[in-house]
Design a protein around this ligand. Structure first.
Ligand code: HEM
Ligand code: SF4
Length: 574
């Protein structure tokens, strides 16, 4: 390895396939944390070392160590859980975690607040219901997402099958997870190609995210991910193959214009039988071509910008032994969830609930976690986490539907009336996320209450408008694809972006910087007023923001920071 590789590359190479000194670190009782190199490695096992940032000032004053605890992200392809798996996660959340479960924008469950001495017990409990957290974080293929309702049509069934096949194929093979967390025996080491035939010793240059979409729903936000598949059905509804997308990614760094979010390109079309081969080829080209010196330039999106889509496609075709066909036509209509009941092909019903920011908990007047636990105890179908932090109680027979609906209504889990809230997402941010510059999950609900008052005055309460907030520019709630995006800049201060497409195909653009609560409300109120007065019939808010001159349209991403201007007539009140 040459000298200029990033530090993480050295850590991976020296880790002996992700072991590092994790086993020793777990036994170290003097601290609730682990050493820095192992903090990088533990991500590949689906965990982040965090600390409770609310408690930092007091603990610093008392000269105490930070209140360390781990976040565990479970690997759940397509977001489907059996009732037994739901119950097990609910139990570990209450027993070992902070009592709550967090449904994520990538269809997994995060458990927060697990202290070091409880990690093994937690992972054993998760393993007992055939779940794990391997590769839920780290420079590997993460949880594979998929439109969550496979029983609605044959296209959905094909989608989840593909998601699971890709996930299985790209899961790291290292036995380190079993050895460290589940007290597995160490298997005598083999050659590199045998241990990790796809990844090798140093895994990928950066994280890698795959999704499977079923038009007309773009709920997985296919353009936000490194690799995506778009189902192409024939007239009878059978999937004949997939359009393949590459090079989407949401992160950027404030003030560094050579970092930018990017929407994926549609690279071509492949038959179902070739889809996994194509996935492996995309991964290995990125493994070999991706930037291992600068982690801020290491995602597939930069590889494709640097090398060009044609060269990338040619190399993928060569490695996969598959010639991609020209892209087939497809249409997306929205990125949101369809709330309420839908009828499956198998005669059962699926009920899509609204879980605010994905946080499953019991709150005053709404025992949501308890209600879902009770449903899991009586329910034979399954639970599906949607890509919008919501939950589907799936495959409910007719005779149980009224009872389940009554329980979720009482728990306040049915979709709200507000068109803004129905289409909202916030990342976790404070107090657990070490990267948060501002609040997100704890702030967005109150902000939306204030915005709803303004929307009501303009007669816009029921209009579907997509709003997403994050506590920093990393983009965990895919905010770059929201019609209204708020990104934390510092405590209580946010940048406001407008102009993304409702179907998830175009990103937003900076509209106003450094706004506080009152500034956000005033700035948006002006745009709401204009939208109510001037919009065309059926025109979405993001499209209107561009047509009316509030912001310029963003292309695929390299132009994300360009043409940022505040036209004089539209300068928001500050
Ligand atoms: C450099 C970029 C990024 C870093 C360093 C990063 C780091 C983190 C961290 C530390 C958390 C844990 C927060 C907590 O639970 O306390 C988190 C949550 C999460 N991240 Fe990221 N993230 C990045 C970008 C992204 C992007 C682009 C996406 C998706 C497109 C994403 C998806 C998620 C999801 C789904 C969660 C779970 C919580 C939620 O739904 O909000 N992350 N990320
Ligand atoms: S967007 Fe930033 S603040 Fe929010 S969870 Fe991700 S890393 Fe943390």
């Amino acid at each position: 390895m040459t000298d200029d590789l990033s530090r993480n590359e050295r850590i991976k190479e020296a880790s002996d396939y992700l072991r590092g000194t994790l086993a020793e670190g777990l036994r170290e009782e003097i601290t609730g944390g682990i050493i820095e190199d192992d903090q990088q490695l533990v991500k590949f096992h689906g965990m982040y070392l965090q600390d409770d940032r609310d408690l930092r000032p007091e603990r610093t004053r008392k000269k105490m160590e930070k209140a360390f605890a781990f976040m565990i992200r479970v690997r759940i392809s397509g977001g489907v859980l059996s009732p037994q798996q739901w119950l097990a996660l609910d139990q570990v959340a209450r027993h070992y975690g902070n009592g709550t479960m967090r449904l994520t924008t990538r269809q997994t469950v995060q458990l927060h607040g697990i202290i070091k001495s409880n990690l093994k017990a937690t992972l054993k409990a998760i393993d007992a219901v055939l779940l794990n957290s391997i590769a839920a974080c780290g420079d590997v293929n993460r949880n594979v997402m998929c439109n969550p309702n496979p029983h609605q049509s044959r296209a959905h069934a094909a989608a989840i099958e593909l998601a699971r096949n890709i996930s299985d194929h790209l899961t790291p093979r290292t036995p380190a997870y079993r050895e460290i967390w589940l007290d597995g025996e160490r298997i005598a080491g083999g050659e590199e190609e045998v241990v990790e035939p796809i990844y090798g010793k140093t895994y990928l240059p950066r994280k890698f995210k795959v999704v499977v979409a079923v038009p007309p729903s773009n709920d997985v936000d296919v353009f936000a991910h490194d690799l995506g598949y778009i189902a192409i059905p024939d007239d009878a509804g059978n999937v004949v193959g997939w359009n393949v997308t590459v090079g989407g990614g949401m992160g950027m760094t404030h003030g560094e214009e050579d970092t930018y979010p990017r929407t994926a390109d549609v690279m071509g079309f492949c038959a179902t039988g070739d889809a996994v081969k194509v996935a492996e080829a995309v991964v290995t080209v990125q493994r070999d071509w991706g930037d291992r010196k600068n982690r801020k330039h290491a995602r597939l999106k930069y590889t494709i910008e640097d090398r060009g889509l044609d060269a990338f496609r040619a190399e993928v075709e060569r490695r996969a032994g598959v010639k991609l066909a020209p892209t087939k036509p497809f249409t997306f209509t929205s990125t949101g969830d369809q709330y309420g009941w839908s009828q499956g092909d198998n005669g059962c019903g699926h009920l899509t609930l609204f879980v605010q920011n994905g946080r499953v908990h019991d709150i005053a007047g709404a025992a949501q976690q308890t209600a879902l636990r009770t449903i899991a105890e009586m329910h034979d179908g399954d639970f599906r986490i949607t890509p919008n932090q919501n939950l589907i109680i799936a495959n409910v027979p007719t005779e149980q539907q009224a009872e389940i609906e009554r329980m979720v209504r009482e728990a306040g889990l049915l979709a709200p009336w507000s068109g803004l809230r129905r289409n909202s997402m916030a990342c976790v941010a404070l107090p657990t996320c070490g990267l948060a510059l501002a609040e997100s999950e704890r702030y967005l609900p109150d902000l939306m209450t204030a915005l709803d008052e303004k929307l009501a005055t303009h007669g816009l309460s029921a209009d579907d408008i997509v709003i997403r907030m994050t506590g920093c520019p990393n983009g965990c709630a895919r905010p770059y694809l929201a019609e209204i995006r708020l990104v934390g800049k510092g405590p209580g201060r946010y940048n406001l972006y407008l102009g993304a497409a409702f179907d998830g195909s175009r990103m937003n653009k900076l509209y106003a910087e450094d706004l506080d609560n009152a500034g956000i409300i005033a700035a948006l109120d002006r745009v709401f007023a204009a939208y109510a007065a001037e919009r065309h019939k059926g025109e979405h808010f993001g499209d209107f923001a561009i047509r009316a001159g509030f912001v310029a349209a963003t292309g695929n991403g390299a132009d994300f920071h360009a043409q940022v201007r505040l036209p004089p007539a539209r300068v928001p009140a500050r």
